[in-house]
Design a protein around this ligand. Structure first.
Ligand SMILES: NC(=O)c1ccc[n+]([C@@H]2O[C@H](COP(=O)([O-])OP(=O)(O)OC[C@H]3O[C@@H](n4cnc5c(N)ncnc54)[C@H](O)[C@@H]3O)[C@@H](O)[C@H]2O)c1
Ligand SMILES: [Zn+2]
Length: 321
């Protein structure tokens, strides 16, 4: 992560004046990789570092890293001196297509993930597909789950593009990566602009996530990468959608086939339904009673806030094992 000082602004970065070389001080601070860095302790150390480095209201925090760094540095920027500018330079596919865009920042508590945070929009998000060359293939694949999600919720042509180009994407074709990153960011930005603070429509971004969050919790955080759990969650949501929203079986099969082709898991037969159900029930996005799901009417169109009966949730889980 970089802390820049004193007068750099997003405008100065995006449009440097040709003969006026911007002069600014920068101060780099490394943060250990891993979810455990999204902690109060790490944040507190960064606040002290900001004070030592002389960060002021005209400074900007640059989050250079994956989603962990984006969320942590994002919350640092949101809260230090009641807010300084934030620039996101995501280095994982997941961060490029999801966490760097939309303004959600935050850290974890011992009691749960992302329990403390703020909405703080970045002034600039800069994605360079070259950095993905060093990303472990498992992380790249996990990021693809969110891209598939955008296809299902909003963009049938993106879904078809993924069906045709999944091999090129997995082998790191810059053109293919550029295309799917740009499309995904565009969709996320449009959804977030329409509902910045998650009053409604933004919930569609949770397609596949109700079960995914439960899987991550029940399997033990880290056993499944987030995107892997989302892969299983989207297959489950597609099956629920056939029962509840008239999604045709062929479309549900296409969703499952694309997820499998991307190299993501489509089921988790080792996990106990009773435990998953209990974990779904305490998802912080639930509003009491039956859990609400995002379900697909067709590829490219979903509805949110759909209650599903206990019986159907259970039957569909067992049908997919
Ligand atoms: N704010 C949001 O809207 C939002 C949305 C989705 C996820 N998230 C958060 O994002 C986090 C997950 O992000 P992530 O999947 O990017 O994980 P991550 O940040 O942990 O990165 C995954 C791993 O890849 C390494 N890495 C990063 N860039 C690399 C590169 N270019 N080459 C080689 N290795 C690299 C990291 O050091 C780490 O070990 C979670 O904490 C999640 O809660 C936030
Ligand atoms: Zn996600």
């Amino acid at each position: 992560m970089l802390l820049t000082n004193p007068w750099i602004s997003s405008t100065a970065i995006k449009f440097p004046r040709p003969f006026l070389k911007p002069v600014f001080q920068s101060h780099a601070q490394k943060v250990p990789s891993g979810e455990s860095s999204k902690s109060i302790e790490q944040l507190s150390a960064l606040y002290s570092e900001c004070v030592r480095a002389g960060v002021d209201r005209k400074s900007a925090v640059i989050a250079l890293g994956g989603g962990v760094i984006g969320d942590l540095a994002g919350f640092l920027a949101a809260s230090f001196l009641r807010g300084v500018q934030l620039i996101q330079i995501p280095t994982t596919l997941l961060a490029m297509v999801d966490s760097a865009v939309g303004g959600k920042t935050g850290i974890n508590l011992k009691e749960g993930k992302n329990l403390v945070g703020a909405f703080h929009q970045p002034s600039l998000v800069l994605c360079d597909t070259d950095v993905l060359k060093t990303l472990p293939p498992r992380e790249l694949t996990a990021g693809l789950a969110e891209v598939i999600k955008y296809g299902v919720i909003k963009d049938a042509p993106l879904f078809e593009y993924l069906e045709k180009n999944s091999d090129a994407i997995k082998t790191g074709s810059a053109d293919a990566l550029k295309h799917i990153i740009a499309q995904s960011c565009g969709i996320k930005a449009a959804v977030v602009s329409a509902d910045e603070f998650e009053a409604g429509e933004r919930a569609i971004l949770n397609f596949g996530h109700t079960l995914a969050h439960a899987i991550e919790k029940v399997a033990g955080y880290g056993a499944y990468l987030h995107g892997e759990a989302v892969g299983i969650g989207m297959v489950y949501a597609a099956r629920l959608s056939v029962r509840e929203k008239g999604l045709n079986q062929k479309s549900a099969d296409r969703i499952e086939a694309l997820i499998a082709r991307a190299g993501l898991p489509v089921q988790a037969p080792e996990l106990d339904w009773a435990k998953l159900r209990a974990a779904i029930g305490v998802d912080k996005k639930n509003t009491g009673g039956l859990p609400r799901f995002v379900l697909a009417e067709k590829i490219g169109r979903v509805v949110f806030g759909c209650p599903v009966s206990e019986q159907t949730m259970k039957e569909v889980w067992y049908a997919g094992r």
